[in-house]
Design a protein around this ligand. Structure first.
Ligand code: PEP
Length: 249
């Protein structure tokens, strides 16, 4: 399976970052269809960047970082999945832990966001992850299974899961490689139970949390890891292209 590397710029970047996008597009080209790459940018930049990279369709796409769980309505300041699609997004992150924590998004809201993404013909990247306390208590698997059961819609459509231990995001810490393998296998088995083998085999199960050039090769080689969700290192073209190369092999 060709792996997927997703960059999440969060609230960073500017229109001038087009040269960054060009570097990523050129790297994606040199990887000869061995990798799919997505950069999730603030929604105000999607149109500009997606216009610029449209010749790289399918191996390099632009995504959003969030969408509203409803299609339209009186929700001042919000952006819908249809709007993201309209301006050129192909993917959207839903349920990132920063939104679950800062914006009190529940599994049900994340589930509904994923459904509106499907309706808009976007591929949702549905994020799950345990806190450090839950990790220490040894209940990571239980937490992740519950989040998957309640956040993932019943569907045959294409989506991705971002497994992001909250304590690994932006901290430089990561779980042991065998722990990542065990959680990814649990996610795979849980999805298989919910959606069947055919749908589950199309799901990209991404690891996220302090992925760097220095650990990317090791993470890429873990069983059931189909790619990476990259925050901080996606803001640096050299770091991000090294991660892309690691996941393309
Ligand atoms: C993220 O926030 O999705 C993330 C993985 O961040 P970082 O790579 O900086 O840990």
């Amino acid at each position: 399976m060709v792996k997927l590397v997703v960059g999440n710029w969060k609230m960073n970047g500017c229109l001038n970052d087009i040269s960054f996008m060009q570097t990523i597009a050129e790297t994606a080209d040199t990887l000869n269809n061995q990798l799919k790459t997505v950069i999730c940018v603030p929604s105000v930049f999607i149109h500009h960047f997606s216009n610029h990279i449209k010749t790289h369709h399918a191996i390099f796409e632009i995504g959003g970082q969030n969408c509203h769980h409803l299609k339209t309505g009186a929700y001042t300041g919000e952006v819908s999945a249809d709007m993201l699609k309209d301006v050129g997004a192909h993917y959207v992150i839903v349920g990132h832990s920063e939104r679950r924590t800062d914006c009190y998004e529940s599994d049900i809201i994340v589930h509904d966001k994923a459904n509106t993404a499907f309706d808009a013909d976007l591929i949702p990247i549905i994020c799950v992850g345990e806190t450090h306390e839950q990790y220490i208590q040894g209940i990571s698997k239980k937490i992740i299974v519950e989040q998957i059961k309640h956040s993932v819609p019943h569907t045959v459509k294409k989506f991705a899961i971002g497994y992001e231990p909250i304590w690994a995001i932006g901290t430089g810490l990561i779980p042991q490689f065998d722990e990542i393998a065990a959680i990814h296998l649990t996610i795979y088995e849980t999805l298989k139970g919910l959606l069947g083998t055919e749908t589950t085999n199309k799901v990209d199960i991404l690891y996220g949390g302090s992925v760097k050039p220095s650990n990317a090769c090791d993470i890429a080689n873990i069983d059931y890891v189909n790619g990476a969700l990259v925050g901080g290192a996606s803001l640096n073209a050299s770091d991000f292209t090294q991660i892309m190369t690691a996941f393309a092999h």
